[in-house]
Design a binder for this molecule. Structure first.
Ligand code: SF4
Length: 279
């Protein structure tokens, strides 16, 4: 069986950078804490915790402590509050997420209502919302467009969560264009996501079976899986080689592999080795 691993599979630049910054911070003498998980991958979170970094759910006292800001970023008030109660901040927000936060801030200052195409619950979206003053409208699918609220908007700017698919963005944008006369649009899908999505439009067509590796909590892995599944029904979302089933590969001559932005290289290597050993 021929195995092809997508060039863009696995850690993106922002995740690699955040993990490196986290491990550097852990080497200092202060206790390092982070609000939630550094990235959406259980293996990575475990390694970070083993290095001594503590996951917390709220800020209590920051005396002699470092607060690590994760790749997806945080709202301004959280960071300011952390500083006030004594934390030293190590900001591992991905520069591309920072750029989106900055675009949103500038647009708001220029009188635009901010609309974000993305997942309301996702840390990145919450961080963007937390960096502007007025309430942003977050839309994750065309079915969830709040038409009543949208009708009242005169001047709006649409920005996009870095890991969205362009197909979802286009669908939502087409509806918004018909409702808001003064609408500006900024495609803020990041470069690593674009590369991954470009490859996943070809990989399922060139392979009998496609494996998409990543945590079930990873939004960008979900997007990769959904695109792949729409092009090739024999697409499977796995977290590690333990999820692989023999029956998936019946008469398969080739398999394509990709992985979400928070999937470590060793997980991808283990899947490849497993396939080489067993098929
Ligand atoms: S997916 Fe894009 S925006 Fe998110 S951490 Fe990676 S490079 Fe940064």
């Amino acid at each position: 069986m021929i195995i092809t691993v997508a060039k863009s599979a696995g850690f993106c630049f922002g995740v690699k950078r955040a993990i490196k910054m986290a491990l550097n911070a852990a080497a200092k003498d202060k206790q390092v804490e982070m609000l939630g998980e550094i990235v959406h991958n259980e293996d990575v979170v475990r390694n970070i915790e083993e290095a001594g970094i503590k996951k917390i759910s709220s800020l209590v006292s920051g005396k002699n402590k470092i607060l690590l800001i994760r790749a997806h970023g945080e709202g301004k008030s959280t960071i300011e509050n952390a500083k006030k109660i004594g934390y030293t901040i190590v900001d591992a927000t991905c520069p591309m997420v920072k750029e989106i936060q900055k675009i949103a801030e500038d647009l708001e200052q220029n009188g635009y209502d901010i609309m974000i195409i993305g997942d309301k619950e996702h840390d990145e979206v919450q961080g963007i919302v937390g960096n502007i003053h007025r309430q942003a409208i977050v839309i994750d699918s065309v079915e969830q467009i709040p038409h009543e609220a949208v009708k009242k908007i005169k001047k709006a700017a649409v920005i996009v969560q870095s890991t969205q698919t362009i197909e979802n963005v286009d669908k939502i944008l087409n509806v918004l264009k018909n409702s808001i006369r003064n609408l500006s649009y900024f495609n803020t899908i990041c470069k690593p996501t674009r590369s991954k999505q470009k490859e996943i439009k070809v990989l399922p067509l060139k392979n009998d079976v496609v494996l998409i590796i990543g945590s079930k909590t990873s939004a960008n892995t979900r997007s990769l899986y959904e695109i792949s599944k729409s092009l090739n029904d024999r697409s499977y979302w796995i977290q590690s080689e333990n999820d692989i089933r023999q029956g998936w590969f019946e008469k398969a001559r080739n398999v394509g592999i990709t992985a979400g932005a928070s999937t470590p290289e060793h997980t991808i290597d283990s899947v490849v080795e497993y396939l080489e050993r067993n098929f």
